[in-house]
Design a protein around this ligand. Structure first.
Ligand SMILES: C[S@@+](CC[C@H](N)C(=O)[O-])C[C@H]1O[C@@H](n2cnc3c(N)ncnc32)[C@H](O)[C@@H]1O
Length: 298
């Protein structure tokens, strides 16, 4: 909230509304008449947020969409600009904790992992159909998993006998394919592979790149874009997008976070899932549009 600075009469865009917690804070801070446009690609998240935010019904519009279509969403909401935009990337706790979503290697469930279970290919499709090299590349690039080749080889060997159908099927293969020392390490041996498969299933980096490109045009002068990421590749993408803008048009853009903001020790203690979060903030400079108009008249 400190970075986003919601205020009365403002229009705020929450591109990842999830359970609606952050949206609720924005609505409180922008009372009595700030409005919020919320997006999430997960239909369950939208339903949940709708119920949670009932008290603010007249001030919210929710859309079940991939945020890469943010401009279309804005025109559906009859808005051209927003006074603050938030991306809180990744998956929500609700998604992680529901075994039937297939996102957790700690609970057995179908190998799905789609944030929108009605769209696209599931993790089961991907894991059983991709060629070994492609599988290894995904696990390596998106999971930064050093045993990616071994894991991909083992998956292909097992699926020849019988397809992998559940999260436990996948988790078991991973466990059996890595060295014993890795099995007993601090991180569960399936962590990185599950993350990689999830990111590939949902094309998370592709959506983020398009979403960032689109959302830039939506920022009003003086508005801030806040992006919270949980993965080094996402953070790099955000950092590079911000740097490019600030470099190419320094009169228009300011990066407000020279280094990404990380959760405090206390926050990490009470909410361990936030431990790898990184927040970066970009501002379209106040009065930028006026300066342009002035130049145009001169
Ligand atoms: C970390 S949660 C957001 C939590 C939220 N700030 C809250 O207070 O509950 C991330 C949410 O983003 C959604 N999401 C991820 N990628 C998306 C995309 N490309 N388009 C739309 N929603 C997306 C997920 O479905 C998930 O609900």
């Amino acid at each position: 909230m400190t970075w986003l600075q919601p205020r009365a009469q403002g229009c705020y865009l929450d591109c990842t509304i999830g359970l609606g917690g952050t949206a609720e804070r924005i609505l409180e801070a922008s009372a009595p008449d700030g409005v919020l446009i919320g997006i999430d690609r997960d239909p369950q998240a939208i339903a949940h947020a709708q119920t949670r935010l009932q008290a603010y019904e007249s001030r919210i519009s929710l859309f079940c969409e991939n945020f890469q279509w943010v401009k279309s969403v804005m025109s559906l909401a009859n808005r051209e600009h927003a006074d603050g935009i938030l991306f809180d990337l990744g998956v929500s706790s609700a998604q992680l904790d529901q075994p039937e979503r297939g996102l957790s290697f700690q609970q057995d469930g179908p190998l799905d992992m789609r944030m929108n279970p009605t769209h696209g290919q599931s993790a089961e499709d991907l894991v059983n159909m991709l060629p070994e090299t492609q599988l290894a590349n995904i696990i390596h690039a998106l999971g930064e998993e050093r045993y990616s080749r071994r894991i991909a080889r083992a998956i292909v060997r097992v699926r020849r006998q019988s397809p992998l159908r559940t999260t436990m099927d996948l988790s078991r293969v991973i466990r059996q394919s890595v060295p014993p020392s890795y099995r007993s390490g601090r991180l569960h041996p399936a962590t990185r592979t599950f993350q990689a498969v999830r990111m590939a299933v949902n094309d998370e980096l592709g959506s983020l790149q398009t979403g960032l490109d689109e959302v830039i045009d939506v920022l009003a002068p003086g508005a801030r874009l806040c992006v919270i990421s949980f993965h080094s590749l996402e953070d790099r993408l955000v950092k590079q997008a911000f740097r490019r803008l600030a470099h190419d048009a320094p009169d228009e853009w300011a990066i407000l976070t020279k280094k990404p903001v990380s959760p405090s020790v206390e926050e990490r203690r009470v909410n361990p899932r936030a431990r790898s979060a990184k927040l970066r903030v970009l501002e379209r400079k106040p009065g930028w549009g006026d300066a342009q108009a002035g130049r145009g008249h001169a």
